[in-house]
Design a protein around this ligand. Structure first.
Ligand code: AMP
Length: 448
């Protein structure tokens, strides 16, 4: 199978040759002919499968075949992405594919000035790659019009829903003509994605490259049981031992990631943090330095790392396990790409045993538990059973030995079975803030 046989135009084939793409990936082989034939497509694929080219190549070809509008021209294709990094990545890819087609590809995201974006609209845009929040700001100001859109892509739709963007997507849809071709890509086809497809796609053709939540077989998974307060030292030891490799380290919170990067730096292991509180420029700089190999260690939250295309990463370390098992799959999706071998190491504190079990259940396999000398946790972790207390019976706090006269608190004996407090995920907060901001702006405008 070659790109020629998929029916792509010479200008695109030349750009693909420049990019040294020789063979279509499975999602490209399936999706490109369907999109060229004008179908709506529901695509099941995550980052690393070549999904951007799967929708980007036929989209560019279709636009190039239409007569080029003169002067000020409005976007004819809109790609919605959940994060700024993904918007930059997708637009960079599309620009490289479109280099012989004379199509303008513009990325639109928050955290930067509006004026340069308004100027870009004035110059004319063919393909707009946008995050929903900033796009709505422009739609409400009237600085962007979507009335000419003929092709719409919802990229990483599952992530957009996770981040609370459904209301924003619904608002954007009101500005897009109903006569259009729509493509929806998502890592999973869970019911809410099917519901979204029912709302926005017409007779979609379904293509999928990997079963839901499957993980590349070439990835080795390992878990090191360790007490929470020893994780940092263990991480430093691992990073120092593996001093030649590029590593993506996942932390739970923005603050935790910042602190961890600083602590690694102090231990002589230069690291950068990337998370939602950093300015767009700082995030992009950190990402560029990591991608170019200038920085070896990147510490990231799930949201910041979402959809990042960092090819051939040999090692991903979970300093904290994700609160949601599916995020483990997304995290380690950054290693073991294109058949390369990869490794996923998780530092697991006894309180995280239930999260490890959920991950194993999702993967359908056990993760090897490997205690590192000097880091054995004070409580054993049984990954295949309920959290389990191996301290001698006599040493355990007894329910009956509570201080004299004190009533027993209902939660006092429940701690062994409860996981960490359910924390709101960064993305949910970002998404909510985005929605609230939009609503606030609407209110301000209404009051004027
Ligand atoms: P994506 O899943 O779209 O983020 O793509 C993952 C990576 O694969 C990107 O670095 C692409 O440039 C690369 N890629 C996409 N399609 C191909 C292909 N057919 N051959 C080689 N590399 C590709």
């Amino acid at each position: 199978m070659s790109f020629e046989t998929l029916g792509l135009a010479p200008g695109l084939l030349r750009a693909l040759a420049d990019n040294q793409y020789t063979t279509p990936t499975p999602i490209q082989a399936q999706a490109i002919p369907l999109v060229l034939a004008g179908h709506d497509v529901l695509g099941g694929a995550q980052t690393g499968t070549g999904k951007t080219a799967a929708f980007g190549l036929p989209l560019l070809q279709k636009l190039a075949e239409l007569p080029k509008p003169q002067g000020l021209h409005r976007p004819r294709a809109l790609i919605l992405t959940p994060t700024r990094e993904l918007a930059v990545q997708v637009s960079d890819n599309l620009r490289s594919y479109a280099k012989y087609l004379r199509l303008n590809v513009t990325a639109l995201f928050g955290g930067v000035g509006m004026q340069p974006q308004i100027d870009a609209f004035r110059r004319g845009v063919d393909v707009l790659v946008a995050c929903p929040g900033r796009l709505i700001d422009h739609l409400e100001r009237g600085t962007c019009k979507l009335g000419e859109v003929q092709l719409l892509v919802l990229d990483e739709a599952d992530r957009m829903l996770d981040m609370g963007f459904l209301p924003s997507i619904q608002r954007v849809m009101k500005h897009v003509p109903s006569q259009r071709q729509t493509l929806l890509f998502s890592a999973t086809f869970e019911p809410r994605i099917k519901a979204l497809a029912l709302d926005f796609l017409k007779n979609p053709q379904q293509v999928q490259v990997a079963a839901q939540n499957t993980v590349v077989e070439t990835i080795q998974h390992r878990a090191h049981p360790v007490d929470g307060n020893k994780k940092r030292d263990l991480l430093i030891q691992i990073l120092a031992e593996r001093h030649t490799e590029q590593v993506l380290v996942f932390g739970k919170t923005k603050h935790g990631c910042n602190r961890l990067a600083e602590q690694l730096e102090a231990a002589g292991l230069p690291a950068l943090a990337i998370h939602g509180n950093k300015s767009q420029a700082a995030r992009q700089k950190a990402l560029n330095e990591f991608k170019s190999g200038k920085t070896r260690i990147l510490v990231a939250t799930d949201v910041a790392a979402r959809g990042l295309d960092i090819p051939q990463l040999p090692l991903v370390i979970n300093h904290d396990l994700p609160m949601v098992a599916e995020d483990y799959v997304h995290r380690i999706g950054r290693t073991g790409r294109n058949g390369a071998s990869g490794e996923a190491i998780s530092l697991v504190a006894p309180e995280e045993a239930h999260l490890l079990r959920q991950i194993q259940k999702l993967l359908g396999r056990d993760i090897v538990m490997d205690t590192v000398a000097g880091f054995a946790p004070s409580r054993a972790i049984r990954s295949d059973a309920k959290p389990f207390d191996n301290t001698p019976r006599a040493a355990r706090p007894s329910r009956n030995r509570r201080p004299h006269g004190k009533p027993r608190k209902p939660e006092a004996h429940a701690h062994a079975h409860t996981g960490p407090k359910p924390v709101q995920r960064e993305g949910q907060r970002e998404g909510q803030r985005e929605g609230q901001r939009g609503a606030r702006q609407g209110e301000r405008r209404g009051a004027r």
